[in-house]
Design a protein around this ligand. Structure first.
Ligand code: IPE
Ligand code: IPE
Ligand code: MG
Length: 235
């Protein structure tokens, strides 16, 4: 039996900030603050694990429907971290990329995102992909539109449409499919995350709320992954 157990890419649905705060009788926004601190913590832990790509679900297209107060608090946190973490990102040789519907974000935030992507583009220790205003169905719609446009203009024919071509038109074109998906907080669903890319990903669900998810649990999941057998439909 062929084994393919090298984990290159971990994707995480960072869920449970609100419940973490509620348990402590604190506002949901406090949970988001602690969640943001844990992003830094887990990114650091990842650097020593040999994993090359980390994709974090920070804000979904559906999350725009939350209260104005919560959305503003999340956007302010994002703005703060884009400034505050820039030096650490560069010092640690981390490449940052963003996936999602950028147009829905504040112009000032969009500018900072583009700047960080450009400045960190040649860093090689870890690629941190942040899914921000991200929805997988929207990504697929966008991909279909791009391909249809190319067909209409005669740049490609219908027979050129392939799995590979679709991969090349997704926001994730520069990164391999995830080997591991982790969702914290006990929920067992995908919530519009990387639907195409997760086709053969190994899934891990933990009851831990995101602010409490630490390095030990991360390393334990990588260990469990190492003991799983991936078959890709073969016998
Ligand atoms: C995840 O935590 C963070 C975001 C979705 C932005 P939640 O805010 O969803 O926390 P719960 O699920 O309500 O506990
Ligand atoms: C998924 O969590 C999105 C992020 C973690 C950013 P949600 O809390 O929004 O997902 P549902 O609503 O429980 O499916
Ligand atoms: Mg949630």
């Amino acid at each position: 039996m062929e084994k393919d157990n090298l984990c290159k890419h971990i994707a995480i649905i960072m869920d449970g900030n609100g419940r973490w705060a509620k348990k402590r009788s604190m506002p949901r926004t406090y949970g988001h603050k602690k969640g943001a601190e844990n992003v830094v913590n887990i990114t650091r832990a990842m650097k020593d694990s040999g994993v090359e790509f980390l994709t974090l679900y920070a804000f979904s297209t559906e999350n725009w429907q939350r209260s104005e107060e919560e959305v503003n608090a999340l956007m302010n946190l994002l703005n703060e971290y884009l400034d505050k973490e820039f030096k650490e990102i560069m010092d640690n040789d981390v490449r940052i990329i963003f996936i999602g519907e950028r147009d829905m974000l504040d112009k000032n935030i969009q500018k900072k995102m583009a700047y960080i992507e450009k400045e960190s583009n040649n860093n090689t220790s870890l690629t941190l992909c942040v899914a921000l205003s991200y929805g997988s169905r929207q990504e697929i719609v966008n991909t279909v539109k791009n391909i249809a446009k190319n067909v209409k203009e005669g740049a490609i024919g219908i027979e050129d449409i392939s799995i590979d071509l679709i991969n090349k038109n997704l926001y994730t074109r520069d990164i391999p499919d995830p080997d591991i998906l982790i969702r914290t907080s006990g929920e067992q669903r995908i919530s519009n995350y990387l639907l195409w890319q997760l086709a053969y990903t190994e899934l891990f669900f933990t009851k831990t709320y995101w602010p409490d998810f630490g390095k030990d649990e991360l390393l334990d999941i990588i260990q469990q992954f190492n003991n799983r057998e991936r078959r890709y439909g073969k016998n």
